[in-house]
Design a protein around this ligand. Sequence first.
Ligand code: DGT
Ligand code: CA
Ligand code: CA
Length: 373
Amino acid sequence: MTNLRRRAVIAVDLDYFYAQCEEVRDPSIRDKPVVICVFSGRTEDSGAVSTANYVARELGVRSGMPIAFAKKILKSHQDARFLPMDLEYYQSVSERIMEIIRSKGEKFEQASIDEAYLEIGRNDGDDFGLAEDIGRKIKEEILSSEKMMSTVGIGQNKLMAKMAVDSKKPNGFTIIPAGSERLFLNPLPAGKLFGVGPKTEKKLNSIGIRTVGDLASADQKLLSDLFGKKLGPELHEMANGIDESLVLDRPAEQFSRIVTLKRDSEGFDFYDVLKPLCEDLSSKLSYASIKCKSIGIIAITNELKVKTRAKTISEAIQSSDKIQEIASELFSSFFGKQYNPDEGRFKVRRIGVRISDFVESGDSKANTLEDFL
Ligand code: DGT
Ligand code: CA
Ligand code: CA
């Protein structure tokens, strides 16, 4: 036991994320039902519910439900808000929160727009104590700097951290101490195990496996026969709290910033508007000690069409001025060509800048070298 490598993994999941972003933007809607809608545009109400705040959930609204159905449920709630999904805004909130989490440990993996893992410690049994402190700090900082509620789970691997998160939402903080995995998992219905969907659960039930505990002590050959040589053993391991998958320390692939113009634009007359966006992006680069080699622009028209252009440069850059210079070039040429008969005439309502293709800036090296010279 002693030479087994111990780890503690922290999982963070932001509560009712898209809907909470809207509450942060307009706190007056906090106590009202808030439903985030993906309007498909065919008829006024066609489309699906992306997510909803807990006020709306308590009344029965769910992700994936038709918008028309959610409206029916909330018919007697005049104060209910049905808001269009604003992904760029949620993305910018997510990026800032991911930076908070990333800064608290060495191994960080973003799993989705509102979910991340952080691995703590390596050698001794006290990693859980440290993970608890760090988990609390993360939760507090997300609340103080972004006014956002989150759920934190801690376990000895990614699976157990995720199970801890799912066991208590929203605003949860759950630790599954190393060694008590089985105790925690055994009584849960099999369908609560991460990765077990309704189809698998039904199949398990049909052979008398109802709880995760049943699955953990099930005959392994029977599981392999029923679910195959890959999923069978995997289910058995998971039910025993075993998960060897690593927290992958992947850097972000791109950063973007987007704003709505004061009035719709038919030409490039918003040079100054770009400045704060580029400054924000530049400071992210410098914080992460990286530079970018690709700069892109985003233009969203008054008909909500998204158009993009990008340029790759041979020498990586970090400064706000240089990003702004290239973004301006791209916008000038974009508007220069906008009367192209293929694209027709349009007005631009929102604009953005996106950077990607990152390389390490090598700043720290330069500093040490300077110290020696
Ligand atoms: P939670 O974690 O239970 O408090 O609630 P959410 O809303 O954060 O749910 P989560 O973590 O599963 O998903 C994160 C975001 O992904 C959520 O805010 C909206 C989006 N999302 C989730 N499910 C669906 C879906 O079925 N359709 C669409 N369009 N978006 C979804
Ligand atoms: Ca969430
Ligand atoms: Ca999530």
